[in-house]
Design a protein around this ligand. Structure first.
Ligand SMILES: [Zn+2]
Length: 92
């Protein structure tokens, strides 16, 4: 078991959290202009990065807030945690 650091609550066991998908996926600027295919890409298509990857996480059994984390998808090791709206840390 590893600890995940909620930006508001501090380190907690990973069982308190839920994965929320890729971070930094911007809502379309003009949603009425999107075709069905463009909507499908926005809703269903995500990067499948091997290595450090920015993700959304929810502290669902705690404060219930969303935040972002950089995690290595190959090792499952977390590298940084930051609040939504904050600058993404360097992931290299
Ligand atoms: Zn929390």
């Amino acid at each position: 078991m590893q600890l995940i650091e909620c930006p508001w609550c501090g380190p907690r066991e990973e069982t308190e959290f839920h994965y929320g998908g890729q971070a930094h996926v911007a809502y379309p600027a003009d949603p009425d202009a999107l075709s069905d295919e463009d909507w499908a890409h926005y809703v269903f298509f995500r990067s499948n990065t091997k290595g450090r990857f920015a993700e959304r996480w929810s502290h669902s059994a705690g404060c219930r807030r969303w935040f972002n984390a950089v995690r290595d998808t190959a090792t499952y090791q977390f590298h940084s945690f930051y609040r939504v709206g904050e600058q993404r840390p360097a992931t290299s």
